[in-house]
Design a protein around this ligand. Structure first.
Ligand code: DX5
Ligand code: ZN
Length: 216
């Protein structure tokens, strides 16, 4: 499978979400990456269910919703109703991760787990066969525009080995500080999906930047 690109609308112009969504929809991006932050799990508040519902009208592409919130179980069906196709929760926010993953799947969504930069991939050993996606944070979650953490390459390599060894179908997604400079190396280490916020939306020509990331 060739790699997928998921631009993060966190870096888009919130005053023009309709046109930003329409631009992404007609681009060569594969998914919309949508960052939900609660100001508790991470030190920032972004947006929630109503905003996702609003932009769903302007997109036919899968919505990849990344929940940076405590107690995500409370909102699983709300995110499904709003238009989420893939729902990712944080390992660090879920004391009963297996139950949470089953609840996401029972709503008909793909289920993902995200790991903060300090969390070792070994914690996923007993759940990797239940996952559709592992989202490796390559910055500390909470803000766009941060610098990529170099140890991510080691994590992706180790995670890819685990996935192959366990015969899991989980995709590896990388989130934070992704640019055309690190994209190739991430893919070579085993990444399947690259999230890019600032690199896409703060560029002069987001459509061309998405094409550049697709063709690295
Ligand atoms: C960070 C978010 C990311 C963010 C990435 O907490 O999960 O998805 O939008 O933004 P960039 O690509 O600017 O690092
Ligand atoms: Zn994200």
């Amino acid at each position: 499978m060739s790699h997928l690109i998921a631009p993060s609308i966190l870096a888009s112009d919130f005053a023009n979400l309709q046109s930003e969504s329409e631009m992404l929809d007609k681009s060569n991006a594969d998914w919309f990456h949508i960052d939900v932050m609660d100001g508790v799990f991470v030190p920032n508040i972004s947006f929630g269910v109503p905003v996702i519902r609003a932009i769903k009208k302007f997109s036919a592409k899968p919505f990849d919703v990344h929940l940076m919130i405590v107690d995500p179980d409370r909102y699983i069906s709300d995110f499904k109703k709003a238009g989420a196709d893939i729902l990712t929760v944080h390992y660090e926010a879920c004391p009963h991760l297996h139950r949470t993953i089953q609840a996401i799947k029972s709503e008909g969504m793909k289920a993902g787990v995200s790991l903060n930069p300090h969390t070792n991939i070994n914690v996923l050993e007993d759940i990797i066969n239940d996952l559709d996606l592992v989202l490796i944070m390559s910055v500390n979650p909470g803000f766009g525009g941060q610098s990529f953490i170099e140890n991510t390459y080691n994590k992706v390599t180790a995670l890819k080995e685990m996935i192959i060894q366990k015969k899991s179908d989980a995709l590896i997604e990388i989130d934070g500080g992704v640019t055309s400079s690190n994209a190739r190396k991430l893919i070579d280490c085993g990444a399947d999906v690259l999230v890019a916020g600032s690199f896409v939306f703060k560029s002069d020509d987001p459509l061309t930047t998405i094409n550049d990331l697709k063709s690295v």
